[in-house]
Design a protein around this ligand. Sequence first.
Ligand code: V0D
Length: 236
Amino acid sequence: MNNLNHIAIIMDGNGRWAKERNLPRTMGHKKGVEKVREIAIYANKLGVKCLTLYAFSTENWKRPETEVNYLMSLPKVFFKSYLKEIMENNIVIRMVGDMERIPSEAREIFESAIEQTKNNTGMVLNFAMNYGGQNEIVKAALKFANDYKEGKKDSLDEESFKDYLYTAGLPDVDLMIRTSNEQRISNFLLYQLAYSEFIFTDTYWPDFSCEDLDKCIEEFNHRTRRFGGLNETKNN
Ligand code: V0D
């Protein structure tokens, strides 16, 4: 067991992985899906409470249509291959992001997976789909404004604002990992990453292994131990 409640990962480098092997980008994404399974099952075994994976950003629509279509077929591939195993491992599926723009076929797949796993009690496997952090904050502000106007709420602070985010009810993010040597947040979980540790690794997502996750957790434990158990997050 460990003290990690929530790990978030930007799964970058599928295209680069494929390019280095003279394979089409789609092969990188296909390999990436297998990694999602492997890492999710492992994180659940480690006792991580929530794993949020950046699957599709609001910027990803700018990619070639054929690639977007391929990406939108992946949730189906994922659940066809692994839903049984997800159930056996007691994992709960959730989504964050603006689902309205997601093609209805893919959306029905998620909705079914969310429904089928809703009574599981293990790790939450949370997919960020058509997600953008600034958009999430604006939507939250609008929702609060509406509650305020209707007299349902008369005050707001940093903590209660979290109830308006897509991640309502999930623990704060302890550790954010980005693969493939890009050192940016790219509009991922802006509010939720306020007190997170960040780890950037050279490894491309299709090469990211359970040992790599172990190393990230070890690094996280090393960094947070230096605060003598009283790190920023737990001390405020
Ligand atoms: C490609 C690397 C799993 C990142 C991982 C639609 C890019 C593989 C899913 C998935 C993608 C999403 C929702 C769900 C179940 C599975 C996925 C996309 C891309 C974009 F409910 N992998 N994956 N979705 N890639």
